[in-house]
Design a protein around this ligand. Sequence first.
Ligand SMILES: [Zn+2]
Length: 245
Amino acid sequence: MQEPIKHEGPGDHIMVIVAHPDDAEFMKAGSVAKWIGEGRKVSYLLCTSGDKGTSDPAMTPDKMGPVRQAEQRAACAVLGVEEVVFLGYPDGLLVNSLDLRRDISREIRRLKPSAVLTEDPTWRYIGQEYINHPDHRAAGDAALDAVFPSARDYHVYPDLIAEGLLPHKVPHVYLSAGPGDANVHIDISEVMDIKIKALHEHKSQMNGRTADDPEAGDFVRMLGKYMAGDSGMEYAEAFKYFKLD
Ligand SMILES: [Zn+2]
């Protein structure tokens, strides 16, 4: 039987790749806050600007996109994330296209992260009451395809070479996973308040609730407990971790 992969940690620069503003805050922001607190650098890459994230017919995608970008930047300021890039693909229609893969590869080559933190593209549904958003799966698929082989191999993108962007190998990859699928749990108990505050910067998605609301953290704590599984941690985020040679 194969030995379990040893978790070596994310290195000094973590790049978070997600579909929408708030995706990272739900599933990854505790780890982000913890790693930044340890002196590591974190950058965000968002495939869309979440511009369809409203049921209000008067709030058009043109108006919604900038609102959600500003909310994401505010959440990143709470966490201490240094750089936030929006690729601007249309919300709700994201597919793992060659254009998306190239655009993610470009940012990986430019930022040279030691770790990529993204979605699990195989996560189709949970139980019988939750279907994962197709944009989340597309973002995870495109990010993995960019990590291997597209950002890594010299001849895949002559246009990126012409831009001066040489290949970059990402050694550590983390996919957000349920506790049963995870091989790494990150203990976020100490940074739970920061995660709650960052999530509530996404005001348009919070039904008017702010971080000061006494019940604001209930769901985030419940999620943290669920993700901790039987790890023995109070609150955790759970990942499938890969160490690439
Ligand atoms: Zn989302």
